[in-house]
Write a protein that binds this ligand. Structure first.
Ligand code: ITT
Length: 203
């Protein structure tokens, strides 16, 4: 299908920036819900990334005829039983700085050797089409938790997420590099493929 406009159901400006770059080749207008003038309180009470992504996309889709997408993502640290996981944004409180959250997570891994510091970023992207048809896809990137914050790019947990193939954290990658290999980049590429081959109908 030809995609003209996408409203993204997120309040996270860093995500919006990445999403707009990743979707640029669609030639569609990609706006945040705020830019679309939609303000809704969304309770993310799902237990999986997919559930939460669909909750956000459905809530905003109720207010527009455009295609709506949502991103639910997080960091899973194997040694911490996949914490902070779906709670990544809320870990230690939504308003706590990432300097503190990152220091806390590295502290919980003190003395833990390299091989056991495995982690991944996970991203579920949900789409709700004007007909009500829904899709949900997932992308991941594997890495390890570092020993100190490194890099100024990206956001959130990027400065402690070390990607062995690059020998860098995702905060040290350029925007283009991160988008090519990231959980968000991979999930959105899958969604692009799905929409390319799909014809939406109201019937
Ligand atoms: P919305 O729900 O409004 O989209 P949010 O920031 O609350 O915004 P999530 O509930 O999906 O989003 O939480 C995702 C959190 O996971 C995010 O706030 C970061 O802490 C972390 N995260 C996700 N993707 C990341 C990335 O690419 N780099 C660093 N941290 C990331």
């Amino acid at each position: 299908m030809k995609v003209d406009k996408i409203v993204f159901a997120t309040g996270n400006k860093d995500k919006v920036k990445e999403i707009q770059m990743i979707l640029a080749d669609l030639g569609a207008e990609v706006v945040s819900m705020k830019e679309a003038g939609i303000s809704v309180d969304i309770e993310e009470n799902g237990t999986t990334y997919e559930e939460n992504a669909l909750i956000k996309a459905r809530a905003v889709a109720a207010h527009t005829d455009a295609i709506v997408m949502a991103d639910d993502s997080g960091l899973e640290i194997d040694y911490l039983n996949k914490e902070p996981g779906v709670m990544s944004a809320r870990y230690m409180g939504e308003d706590t700085s990432y300097r503190i959250k990152n220091a806390n997570l590295m502290g919980r891994l003190e003395g833990v050797e390299d091989e056991k510091r495995t982690a991944r970023f996970v991203c579920a992207i949900a789409a709700v089409l004007p007909s009500g048809k829904e899709f949900c896809v997932r992308g991941t990137i594997e890495g390890r938790i570092g020993y100190e914050e490194k890099g100024e790019n990206g956001f959130g947990y990027d400065p402690i997420f070390y990607v062995p193939e690059f020998g860098k954290t995702t905060a040290e990658l350029s925007e283009e590099e991160k988008n090519q290999v990231s959980h968000r980049g991979k999930a959105l590429e899958k969604m692009k493929e799905i929409l390319k081959d799909y014809e939406d109908t109201d019937c």
